[in-house]
Design a protein around this ligand. Sequence first.
Ligand code: KMH
Ligand code: ZN
Length: 287
Amino acid sequence: MTTDTSGTAKSSGPATLITVAATGAESEKAAVPALPVTLDELVTTAKECSAAGAAVIHVHIRDAEARPTLDLGRLKDTVHALREATDLIVQLSTGGAVTDSYSRRLAVLDAQPDACSLTCGTVNFGDDVFMNPWGFIKELYAKTQQYGVVPEFELFDLGHVATLHRLLAEMGPPAGGHVHCDLVMGVPGGMPGDAATLVRAVSALPAGATWSATGIGRTTLPVMLAALSVGGHLRVGLEDTVTFARGRAVQSNAELVERAAALASLAQRPAMSPAAARALLGVPDHR
Ligand code: KMH
Ligand code: ZN
């Protein structure tokens, strides 16, 4: 099946944008050996996931000891290397780790990525708290508009959807002109990862917005299937899921992308190319 530049499959419904969240900030390399933590490992993952059907890579990086970092030099090198090696949309995390300061999270945009995550509210995050107060959200959003970095609005709870409406009403449209959201479901402390909650959250999104969904841990499959059934896009990756099936660890990000792409094809909504994703999201090609 072919796709046109709007990301629409020619003989069926709209194509599926697949994002790979390759690393995250939570898992340790010692516990999850498949986690890409060096730049070489990340570039290899990006190439494999691109071949498997990903169009966007959501990026957290690690330091020389494989600990989460927002070091600006490393972030710049990462954006550069991923652009050289692939045509994926490079979306840097501004969420970082729960221990990162607001100033370091704002500075992520100085690495000039194509896109970034922008979480629309504070949420309990397991035993921790992922802090996103209104003042920080506004400051980060203003910086995305100023720098022309296309935000993806991360929504962990229904209250975050209300905050997204407030943000758009007060500060206007995002860089790229299109609102794209990601429902992050199944975080202990956020909205549950089930079909009823997904449908409720989608019905509350701003008119014209597109969205993907990701289910953390064992909610990955129910959320993926529910998202496909109501026209959503998909995010998968080791940031969100380290178990492929009961008792079987994920061996690579690519196998999660392959599974997502296969399910999307079964749903007659095959994986979207990076070029189609750029057109959909309003992300210029900086290469
Ligand atoms: N690591 C979490 C605290 C994002 O990337 O913007 C935040 C997170 C969201 O992963
Ligand atoms: Zn993330």
